[in-house]
Design a protein around this ligand. Structure first.
Ligand code: SF4
Ligand code: SF4
Length: 263
């Protein structure tokens, strides 16, 4: 049976007007995936190791001392928005809008989930909404992708994104709560199991699509990716008023865009 919280998350994604681009009736995001991690899971200590996220990454109890569960979700982007971003030249306008308005919606969803839990009598918080949240140059102290991995939602690809059952193209969010919930059933996948390259296949599609060659088998060149985003950011800010640029070429028109690819 679906947990009442998952039902609330799904209803909000389906019905909230914030999940729309201006002037459009199509949702930005389709039905979400929801996963749960035990707040005491040793995986959160492992995320603090150098080379994983790093010592600056905080554990659930650092954010909420009474933490029992981390609720993590994935919001898959509408296929039409993905398609508009297939050409490998400029980031499509629709993708850019989805990046900006999609994250505004994601913030609303984080607030909504935390508020619903509190209304039921359970303390809850969402790190990206808190004053202590710090996003450094190339990493933050609460990585939604890594938290989603901890909650069993997928595994990492050559593009460094998390490949879920609904693919990689989407946004992640999470809420920490004192409500005790059953962790997502099943074994957490191997760290890179869902990627065709890492599982011994020929695929390098995401790397071939990257306009600045930032994706390599030994890791993503985050600085090159960030420099690409920054370089375009100024003009986007002037033209649209958005605080950043978006790219996403490695997340679309790839075998793992909307599913776990089969080798
Ligand atoms: S496009 Fe291919 S190589 Fe890149 S993450 Fe997806 S499956 Fe892996
Ligand atoms: S977001 Fe763009 S620049 Fe960054 S790795 Fe992906 S394709 Fe390359």
């Amino acid at each position: 049976m679906q947990h009442w919280l998952e039902h609330a998350i799904r209803s909000f994604v389906e019905c909230d007007r914030g999940n729309r681009l201006p002037g459009s009736c199509r949702p930005i995001f389709g039905a979400p995936l929801v996963g749960y991690a035990d707040a005491q899971d040793p995986i959160f200590a492992r995320l603090q190791e150098e080379g994983v996220v790093g010592p600056h990454h905080r554990t659930p109890v650092d954010w909420l001392p009474e933490a029992a569960t981390v609720v993590s979700y994935f919001l898959p982007i509408d296929p039409d928005i993905n398609r508009r971003n297939y050409p490998v030249d400029y980031c499509s306008e629709r993708w850019l809008y989805a990046r900006f308005y999609g994250e505004l919606f994601n913030e609303r969803l984080r607030r909504k989930i935390a508020a619903r839990l509190r209304a039921e009598g359970y303390e809850a918080c969402s790190p990206p909404l808190m004053d202590e949240f710090a996003s450094r140059e190339l990493s933050s102290n609460w990585s939604e992708r890594h938290v989603a991995y901890a909650a069993g939602l997928g595994s990492f690809g050559l593009h460094a994104g998390l490949i879920t059952d609904k693919g990689v193209s989407g946004r992640f969010g999470s809420v920490i709560t004192e409500l005790q919930m059953q962790p997502t059933p099943g074994e957490r996948t191997d760290r890179t199991e869902n990627c065709l390259w890492f599982s011994g296949g020929e695929c390098r599609t995401c790397a071939d699509r990257c306009p600045v060659g930032a994706l390599h088998p030994d890791g993503k060149d985050k600085a090159a990716c960030r420099a690409h985003l920054r370089g375009r950011g100024r003009s986007v800010q002037q033209e649209y008023g958005f605080p950043y640029f978006a790219c996403g070429k490695c997340y679309v028109d790839v075998p793992c865009e909307r599913t776990v690819p089969q080798g």
